[in-house]
Design a protein around this ligand. Structure first.
Ligand code: PLP
Length: 261
């Protein structure tokens, strides 16, 4: 029996709720064989991140090459990339695979406020990774940094998305969850295609650790299973809503608990 595989290139979260651990749980739940390339090890629990150790760029590149040479997944998810050297190593290693579908979550700052991408790395991220990217999934603060615009309402997301699309990625899904007091809507922008909105019910819970990682991994999984981009986003949002609902009353740790896969 042949499995459908996806490679996740991301950081490790010791408390198991975000990063590589969330990716593995999501992909496994969706019937995908997940291979991993670890970019950084974070020391964290549900109350916050205490330390970040970036992995040597040649070791990040080696993990990717080993997986691509052997298992050859056609879909790749990229999460936390801590510094410019790692970003360049990932871009160089993936350049022989121009037909791979890349879903990139531009992880910059954790909900608890820890810096997960160094500020100097943003330029390398835009120059090296965005031109390879099929779908970018920024939240509002990340879209603001990447587009150099400020977003006050969902109407401002179009201008930000047009800036980001000019950097070379083929599609951008701006997640509206950070807009206070407004309906929670995510909008998909692609050049030459009208924007597509995806709304979702709001669940009141502290247990939202790892939601971004879960969404991007689920999108990558549904694409690998054959869905179109809009279908994969819709299906991934349903998966994430169920995982948030299933985890809303679960008590794990003293802080922001994880979603439940
Ligand atoms: N740690 C790692 C390794 C991550 O990749 C991420 C998000 O992508 C986080 C922590 C932050 O997760 P959250 O903001 O949901 O707490």
């Amino acid at each position: 029996m042949r499995y459908i595989s996806v490679l996740t290139i991301a950081g490790s979260d010791s408390c198991g709720g975000a990063g590589i651990q969330a990716d593995l749980k999501t992909m496994s739940a969706l019937g995908i064989y997940a291979a991993t390339a670890i970019t950084s090890v974070t020391v964290q629990n549900t109350t916050g991140v205490q330390a970040v150790q970036a992995i040597r760029p040649d070791i990040v590149a080696g993990q990717i090459k080993a997986v691509m040479d052997d298992i050859a997944p056609k879909v790749i998810k990229v999460g936390m990339v801590n510094n410019a050297e790692i970003i360049r190593a990932i871009a160089d290693t993936l350049s022989p695979y121009p037909h791979a579908t890349l879903v990139i979550d531009p992880v910059m700052v954790s909900t608890s406020g820890a810096l997960l991408m160094q500020p100097h790395a943003v330029e390398a991220f835009c120059q090296c990774l965005l031109p390879l990217c099929t779908l970018l999934t920024p939240n509002i603060p990340e879209a603001e940094v990447l587009s150099h615009t400020s977003i006050r309402s969902i109407d401002d997301t179009e201008r930000a998305a047009r800036h980001i699309l000019q950097l070379g990625c083929r599609a951008v899904l701006i997640k509206g969850g950070h807009l206070e007091g407004q309906a929670k809507t995510d909008v998909l922008y692609q050049a030459d295609t009208p924007p597509l909105s995806f709304s979702h019910p709001t669940v009141t819970t502290r247990n939202t650790h790892g939601t971004g990682c879960t969404l991007s991994s689920a999108i990558a999984s549904f694409i690998a299973r054959g869905s179109s981009l809009p279908e994969a986003i819709q299906q991934a949002k349903c998966y994430l809503s169920s995982a948030i609902e299933a985890g809303k009353d679960v008590s794990i740790g003293r802080g922001n608990g994880p979603v439940n896969h």
